[in-house]
Ligand binder design. Structure first.
Ligand code: ADP
Length: 551
């Protein structure tokens, strides 16, 4: 801007200067021309008077150098000329000033030389005898005058240029200074130019509007951050180039990054090919979903494009934890496969035995043995189906079962009594110790806990071994403990024995009629009662299982 003002001032100054010079020269030239004309007229009058009085004698010894005097007869012949021999001169009758003088008494004219550098002005007077006296003087033309004054003009011009430059430099700076000093953060408190007031008012109004919009944006941003920060689901906002604009703490945790990842490509944070495909689809304007293993869990990633004015401006990536759902799904699949497998063996045995019996292919004395086998396998299937029903009932929460105060010691006594025949058959001694202790729970389920633990303690015991069932009431809990002197559980299996169909020794368990679901039922039932299970076992040293019920 300073440069433009500087240039403008220079151009204006020099234009004004040049036009002033031209005008001045013109005015000056006109003034001097008119002075010269009137002087020529006066001189012509005086000379006309002299020639009228003295005739040709007037010209003798006249010695005029500036003027040219010509005396012309009535027929146009030159009688006298101060510069040239009159006899050699042509007839002057046709000259404009002579014609005018002959007809009006006074005649004037001017003529340029061939080079146009000089002009002659003529003034003629008719004398009383009819002759005409003409005076002429050479006058410089405007061009000659200008050329003659070229040197001073150039000097003045140079001075004017230097002055213009200095003035323009300072002026332009002075004009721009208030503009540079404008305080735009407080537009209404500026002492600059009045002409700027409407502009400053507009700036102030726009600043107010921007401030309001900024506050609204900040408010919305903090609302958004408050919502997304508290979310357990991961949420990532990307621009159309897949650069992270915003990421919430849950998503940062899943990708194992911090806030510094903002502004980076999402694919530099996680290079998964599946994620790349997902973002590609969203970038093409389609909603896409997929499952991804992240931070030790399974997450469902949903990517949706964000449109603005029908063009994709970004992508929203939502990450939902579906680990539990996936696990449950997996467990259901495994459970179905296991149930089918568990049922297949006894059914094959039953079917085979029944076929042999039906075809009369069994000896009379073997019929009871086959019948017992069918019976045993059927019992096994019944136990299995009952356990499955119990488990699925527990899976559904066992909402329909009645909660009541239960004397755990009495219940354990009943169970021990019921298991005495089995213990006797296995050659195991079973005892109950402790005293009355009340727990609040579902009788049927607590019975399942005691029964399964005691049943296992007998089943996985040595002949002549023992089982000790203890019920004791502590300050804040009631503890049921079932200790046996049996085969024990290797440490690496202790974690897994509560899984469905998990058996340490598959064939042994099946041989003794185990379903592989007993401890799963114990675990579920204990969980429903907020009870804790503890296992302590030494291979061939016996096992102690403790269930700690909250009081
Ligand atoms: P099962 O019907 O096979 O007994 P459980 O779920 O009750 O199924 O037990 C799972 C596995 O844990 C058993 O197969 C067995 O290997 C082991 N187990 C359970 N209780 C005992 C115990 N008291 N002593 C030794 N091993 C045991």
């Amino acid at each position: 801007m300073t440069k433009r003002i500087f240039n403008s001032i220079c151009i204006v100054a020099l234009s004004v200067f040049l036009s002033s010079i031209v005008l001045f020269m013109g005015v000056l030239y006109n003034y001097f021309s008119s002075v010269q004309r009137s002087q020529l007229g006066m001189q012509t009058d005086l000379a006309a008077q002299g020639v009228s009085n003295e005739g040709i004698g007037y010209f003798e010894g006249l010695g005029v150098t500036d003027y040219r005097i010509t005396w012309i007869s009535t027929d146009g012949a030159v009688l006298y000329d101060s510069k040239t021999d009159s006899s050699e001169m042509e007839n002057h009758l046709e000259r404009e000033e002579i014609q005018q003088a002959l007809s009006e008494g006074i005649g004037e004219s001017s003529r340029y030389s061939i080079t146009l550098l000089e002009r002659s002005i003529y003034c003629a007077r008719r004398l009383p005898d009819g002759t005409v006296l003409r005076l002429s003087i050479a006058q410089n033309t405007l061009l000659t005058l200008t050329l003659g004054m070229m040197q001073p003009i150039c000097i003045i011009f140079a001075v004017a240029v230097i002055l213009s430059l200095i003035l323009a430099f300072h002026l332009s700076k002075a004009i721009v200074k208030p503009l540079n000093e404008l305080n735009l953060s407080d537009p209404m408190h500026n002492n600059g130019y009045d002409e700027l007031t409407p502009l400053l008012k507009r700036i102030a109004a726009q600043q107010r509007q921007i401030r309001i919009q900024g506050e609204e944006l900040r408010k919305k941003q903090s609302e958004f951050e408050a919502v997304t920060t508290g979310m357990s689901e991961g949420i990532v906002l990307l621009n159309k180039k897949q650069i992270i604009l915003s990421i919430n703490p849950a998503a940062m945790r899943l990708f194992g990054v911090d806030y510094s990842c903002t502004g980076k490509y999402l694919l530099s944070v996680n290079r998964s090919l599946k994620l790349q495909e997902l973002l590609q689809k969203a970038g093409d304007g389609k909603h896409a979903e997929m499952l991804l293993e992240l931070a030790g869990g399974t997450y469902q990633l949903a990517a949706s494009p964000v449109f603005s004015d029908a063009l994709i401006s970004g992508i929203v990536l939502l990450m939902l934890d579906v680990t539990e759902k996936e696990k449950a799904e997996q467990m259901r699949r495994e459970f179905t496969a296991n149930v089918s497998h568990e049922l297949k063996t006894p059914m094959h045995t039953i079917s085979g035995s029944a076929e042999l019996l039906a075809n009369g292919m069994v000896e009379q004395e073997d019929i009871p043995k086959f019948s017992r086998q069918i019976y045993a396998e059927t019992q096994r299937m019944i136990r299995l189906v009952e356990d499955i029903i119990r488990l699925s009932h527990l899976d559904e929460g066992a909402d329909d079962m009645k909660w009541e105060e239960i004397d755990l010691y009495a219940l354990a006594g009943e169970t021990v009594q019921a298991l005495l025949p089995e213990a006797e058959a296995a050659g195991v001694q079973i005892d109950l110790c402790g005293g009355a202790a009340t727990v609040y729970g579902i009788r049927q389920l607590i019975h399942s806990i005691v029964f399964n633990l005691c049943d296992n303690a007998i089943k996985y015991n040595h002949r002549d071994g023992s089982v000790s069932v203890t019920v004791e009431s502590r300050e804040n809990s009631v503890i049921l403990s079932v200790a046996d002197t049996g085969i024990g559980i290797p440490t690496e299996h202790q974690e897994r024995i509560f899984e469905r169909f998990y058996r340490v020794d598959k064939s042994h368990s099946k041989e003794i009629g185990g379903t592989g679901l007993g401890l799963s039922i114990v675990k579920h039932a204990a969980k429903l009662h907020d009870a804790e299970i503890m296992v302590h076992s030494v291979v061939n040293g016996g096992t102690t299982m403790k269930v700690c019920f909250p009081d």
